[in-house]
Design a protein around this ligand. Structure first.
Ligand code: 13P
Length: 252
């Protein structure tokens, strides 16, 4: 059975103190749940990682960075390595988010280097893909997502690919309040799983968690997660409030 996952992406929000408070609140609420089969992940800014990791029960809650360097170490001012992130207590790293592609010009080649660096340091990549509105309107969304997967993760050996979580985040749904419809999400998730199956075989495709991201909230999470190929969510805005985030974690 593939893992069901709800991951928060805090983006550039919360001071370190506020981040620890939020993590503690989420930890307390998740601790009270009877069912801990959903993997809960908090994707924090770099400088929050160590303190947040110490504030949560690692049996219930994992921590993720939102980026990592494409190099192992050295003279790269301002960068943070996958090894540093791992040793700060993170288990996951979000890579290929559309905001990194757009504002920091991260292309397939750079993202592939980051994915490899993460895996070498035992960090599990949450690899994001998704089309912009013009691409969807032009009927190019499948092609775009396929290319992003091919460039970023489809050259990995099987053993490494098994560590990957995929997040489909249509860019037009991120932070807009307009989520993909459950049908649109299922259609793309099914397509992604088929592409994984073509490349790595059905058994691996069936074990790959594919998350949906883009204006996911407690009121629409159940409908989105009830689809066969939607294994959870990557949550932006609604992950910044413990009650909203809990509403999503318990929406399966
Ligand atoms: P929102 O949930 O705020 O739309 O953001 C989604 C996202 O970008 C998660 O990575």
């Amino acid at each position: 059975m593939r893992k069901r996952i709800v991951a928060g992406n805090w983006k550039m929000n919360k001071t370190p103190k506020e981040g620890v408070e939020l993590a503690k609140e989420i930890n307390a609420k998740v601790g009270q749940l009877k069912d801990h089969s959903v993997e809960v992940i908090l994707g924090t800014p770099y400088i929050h990682l160590m303190d947040v990791a110490k504030s949560v029960n690692p049996a219930y809650i994992k921590v993720a960075a939102q980026n990592c360097a494409a190099w192992s170490h050295g003279a790269y001012t301002g960068e943070v390595s996958a090894e540093m992130i791992r040793l700060a207590g993170a288990e996951y790293v979000i890579l290929g988010h559309s905001e990194r592609r757009k504002y920091f010009h991260e292309n397939g080649e750079i993202l592939n280097a980051k994915v490899i660096m993460a895996l070498e340091n035992m960090l599990k990549p949450i690899f994001c893909c998704g089309e912009v509105l013009e691409e969807r309107n032009a009927g190019k969304h499948f092609e775009i997502v396929k290319t992003q997967l091919e460039e970023g993760i489809f050259d990995l050996p099987e053993e490494d690919f098994k560590e990957i979580v995929i997040a489909y985040e249509p860019v037009w749904a991120i932070g807009t309040g307009v989520n993909a419809s459950p049908e649109q999400a299922q259609e793309m998730h099914h397509f992604i799983r088929q592409e994984v199956a073509k490349k790595y075989g059905k058994a691996i495709a069936d074990e790959t968690s594919i998350l949906y991201g883009g204006s996911c909230k407690p009121s629409n999470a159940k409908e989105l997660f009830s689809n066969e190929d939607v294994d959870g969510g990557l949550i932006g805005g609604a992950s910044l409030n413990a009650d909203d985030f809990l509403g999503i974690i318990t929406a399966f």
